[in-house]
Design a protein. Structure first.
Length: 90
């Protein structure tokens, strides 16, 4: 996986957005997994909004363990919450 620059991450256009702000672990992860399985089609990008900083590590790890189904593209701090991006590959 190619590491994207901060500017590249901030300019990603998502196909589906899920707002999990205000939820603590495992809420944001469950929301992401549900969307990736039902709302996001292969080739599309999920944007997950999360105020739980644990999501930074957990979402990347979930994608690494997905056996090639999902690619974690990165996140950026949007002021009080993070915007995470995941591409569905399969």
């Amino acid at each position: 996986m190619k590491q994207l620059s901060q500017e590249e991450v901030e300019n990603i256009k998502s196909d589906v957005t899920v707002d999990a702000r205000g939820q603590s672990c495992p809420g944001p992860m469950l929301e992401a997994k549900k969307a990736l399985g039902t709302k996001v089609k292969p080739g599309q990008i999920l944007e997950l909004l999360s105020s739980d900083h644990g999501t930074r590590h957990d979402l990347a790890t979930m994608c690494e363990r997905s056996k090639g189904k999902w690619e974690y593209l990165g996140f950026f701090d949007a002021g009080g919450y993070d915007r995470h991006f995941v591409k569905r590959l399969k």
